[in-house]
Design a protein around this ligand. Structure first.
Ligand code: SF4
Length: 71
């Protein structure tokens, strides 16, 4: 099973929260965050980061189905 990570650069506020929470999954440059790898093994931290992103810029999908942020 593979998850895909996506950061919407148009809404990312560059807070760095995701990179602080999950540095193996997200990195921050000066303008926005991006996934370290677009495809990952399932990792609860990815969902936590998506949940906590203040601008809901992080999308986590599994087989094309949105699983994060959680409702
Ligand atoms: S937590 Fe959200 S707004 Fe902050 S850097 Fe990550 S993707 Fe951008």
């Amino acid at each position: 099973m593979t998850w895909r990570l996506h950061v919407d650069k148009t809404v990312c506020g560059a807070t760095g929260m995701c990179a602080a929470l999950a540095p193996d999954l997200f990195r921050l440059d000066e303008a926005y965050a991006e996934p370290v790898d677009a495809e990952i093994e399932p990792d609860e931290l990815a969902l936590d980061a998506a949940d906590q992103c203040p601008t809901q810029a992080i999308l986590v999908t599994e087989n094309g189905r949105e699983i994060g942020p959680r409702p």
